[in-house]
Design a binder for this molecule. Structure first.
Ligand SMILES: [Zn+2]
Ligand SMILES: [Zn+2]
Length: 282
């Protein structure tokens, strides 16, 4: 099905439209063989609270951004290669319903759809794209993924020492290995997490101990020890602690638009029934 869309004018038009909406804040998206598979609004769990984000699913990348003007203008574009993505369904919990995790080596986060059906559609389409990509490239999906950050408001005290109360002065920090919200004292160590950065990143004391044990077990005597940055605890370094797309909150919440998936929903254009049966493929 997707193959038939590759050369279609409608597909080219849609991609141009997406590029247009991001304007100079985004990168060029039109590429040989790239197909826009679907689009819609999902609620992304950010550091402070859940926020509406516009998502575009292509056959090889997932793009999302902040909504400046619904359907017209987006910014803060993020592009995630689908080959690196692993999805994980989340159980409904209180307010948080119809969610799943989008995990990659460098960043992992939760998103929520408006309904269970939309969740199913999104997940099925994303999974299908990943499957097709990996089959074509013969690559293995990555085994290590970045931690999903616990949202700030879920922790009023440090999740490690369970003592430090967070205040304006006692700021929250996130362990880059497990995603816990911890105090400065409990996250004074750094560790080199290669999937996420070339610089050592903040980790909690528990993860630091585990990583240290793991390394001595794997014992690569040639590897130089990573010097932990001691005493960075108070005040100083909070750089990189902020979720980069966390600001800019001006989302006028309009009526909910259902997501659009072009490979199966667009009956007026390329779709016809026997195409769906080629699924087994060669
Ligand atoms: Zn603590
Ligand atoms: Zn940790």
């Amino acid at each position: 099905m997707v193959d038939r869309l590759v050369n279609s004018e409608a597909n080219a038009r849609r991609i141009a439209m997406v590029e247009n909406c991001f304007g100079s804040s985004g990168q060029p998206l039109a590429e040989q063989g790239r197909v826009l598979v679907g689009e819609g609004v999902l609620t992304k769990m950010c550091r402070k609270k859940p926020k509406a984000r516009q998502f575009f699913l292509f056959n090889d990348i997932l793009v999302y951004g902040n909504i400046v003007i619904n359907k017209k203008k987006y910014n803060k574009q993020h592009v995630i290669p689908l080959e690196e993505v692993k999805l994980e369904s989340l159980k409904d919990e209180g307010q948080h319903r119809n969610g799943w995790l989008i995990r990659t080596a460098s960043k992992s986060f939760a998103v929520y759809a408006a309904t269970a059906t939309e969740k199913e559609e999104w997940m099925a389409h994303i999974e299908k794209c990943i499957e097709d990509l990996l089959r074509k490239s013969g690559k293995q999906p990555p085994s290590e993924h970045a931690a999903v950050w616990v949202p700030d408001n879920e922790a009023t005290v440090c999740m490690h020492c369970k003592k430090t109360q967070f205040t304006v002065l006692n700021r929250r920090h996130h362990c880059r290995k497990c995603g816990s919200v911890v105090c400065g004292g409990c996250s004074s160590k750094r560790w080199l997490l290669r999937g996420q950065s070339s610089k050592p990143l903040r980790v909690c004391l528990q993860c630091y101990d585990e990583l240290t044990r793991e390394r001595s077990r794997d014992a690569d005597p040639a590897a130089p020890p990573v010097k932990a940055a001691e005493g960075a605890g108070s005040g100083g370094d909070s750089s990189g602690d902020d979720d980069s797309d966390d600001d800019d909150d001006r989302v006028a919440q309009e009526k909910h638009d259902e997501p659009k998936f072009y490979s199966d929903g667009d009956k007026t254009e390329e779709s016809n029934n026997h195409a769906a049966k080629e699924a087994g493929g060669k």
